[in-house]
Design a protein around this ligand. Structure first.
Ligand code: 9MG
Length: 346
């Protein structure tokens, strides 16, 4: 394998400084980077931190990729952070009072999320929580498709959260605008073909293991590099199959086969993923790592920690945030944008 040079953008800030560059088109700017020179993926990379002006000759291509504005994703401009609302169409989220779910309430919640500022609503029918049992395909279709159809009919941009090709196809036919797959189109042998055929943009997420097993002692030798390599490989496979880069986004998969230390390192080093050249999506909302840092046993009590994770992601140039609490996240991002730009965003 030939040498490979990666760059972890550092010294992130909002107010322009001499020699800095916008990260993925901004708002954050970066003025230094940790260069990682790799002579094979199994070897420890050589690491060196430098100002951008001191980067070795040959880093220009990588700087261009890190810096250039991203294409719109699903018709949405990526120049400012945006919010995707979560709708889990499962009996525990939308009980009808028994052990079934109530799709009318899920549709109302989707509309309320859009009114609160979500640009996308992510509809899923299978819980992906650690240890969650899989549901049958028929049940997943029965839960999700009427909700996708009703929201899409009312002009909502819907993303379908599924790892099953049949659900992707049915959701696309019902008007879904994005496929969100926690298996990065590897969970079903037909997913890649169906994704190509639908022509929909796709969010490719990293996961180690499956939701049933993923939190049993996850291990990495270097989590941020391994997640980056996996996503780079999935992007390459998708492009080979016919999905252009401007229809792809990547997601490090917080909590999917990761320890607390892995999650924190991935959030801190999110900038590395901008070297892949497409928008980033971050999903940290109400996840259990928050309760390992501060007492918040019930997911509902994790809003402050979720907002902290969103702001950390925004400072690192993340374009999309998958969240339960849309209004609160939109407000936090609006205040962050105004304060961090020294009033220029107003
Ligand atoms: C379905 N789902 C649950 N958590 C997620 C996350 O962090 N990212 C994405 N893309 N999907 C998720």
């Amino acid at each position: 394998m030939s040498d490979e040079f990666l760059l972890q953008p550092l010294a992130l800030h909002r107010i322009p400084q001499p020699g800095d560059l916008p990260l993925a088109g901004g708002p954050p700017r970066y003025s230094a980077g940790e260069g990682l020179l790799r002579q094979g993926k199994s070897q420890e990379p050589l690491r060196e931190t430098r100002l951008l002006s001191d980067l070795p000759f040959g880093a220009d291509g990588l700087l261009k990729t890190l810096t250039r504005p991203r294409a719109d994703f699903a018709g949405l401009a990526t120049s400012q952070p945006r919010v995707m609302g979560i709708i889990n169409v499962t009996p525990d989220s939308f009980s009808d009072g028994g052990d079934r779910f109530d799709s009318g309430r899920a549709i109302e919640q989707g509309l309320a999320m859009v009114a609160a500022g979500a640009c996308l609503v992510d509809v899923g029918g299978e819980s992906t929580r650690p240890g969650a049992e899989a549901v049958s395909l028929a049940e997943e279709l029965h839960r999700t498709i009427p909700v996708v159809q009703a929201l899409a009919d009312q002009g909502v941009r819907v993303s379908i959260d599924t790892r099953h090709a049949a659900v992707m196809a049915a959701a696309a036919a019902a008007g879904a605008a994005v496929i969100n797959d926690i298996t990065a189109l590897t969970g079903d042998p037909d997913s890649l073909r169906v994704a190509v055929e639908t022509g929909l943009p796709v969010v490719l997420m990293h996961m180690q293991g499956t939701p049933q097993t993923m939190q049993r002692n996850p291990r990495y030798s270097d989590v941020s590099l391994e997640v980056r390599d996996y996503l780079a490989d999935r992007l390459a496979r998708c492009q080979e199959a016919g999905i252009p880069l401007d229809r792809l986004a990547v997601d490090p998969g917080i909590g999917f086969g990761k320890s607390l230390a892995h999650n924190l390192e991935l959030i801190d080093r999110l900038g590395l993923l901008h070297g892949l050249g497409c928008p980033l999506l971050l999903g940290a909302s109400r996840k259990s790592f928050i309760s390992r840092l501060a007492p918040a046993a019930r997911p509902k009590d994790r809003l402050p920690g979720s907002l902290a994770a969103v702001l950390a992601g925004a400072a690192r140039g993340v374009q999309f945030f998958r969240v339960h609490d849309v209004a609160e996240t939109v407000q936090a991002l609006q205040v962050w944008q105004a304060m961090d730009s020294g009033g220029q965003a107003c």
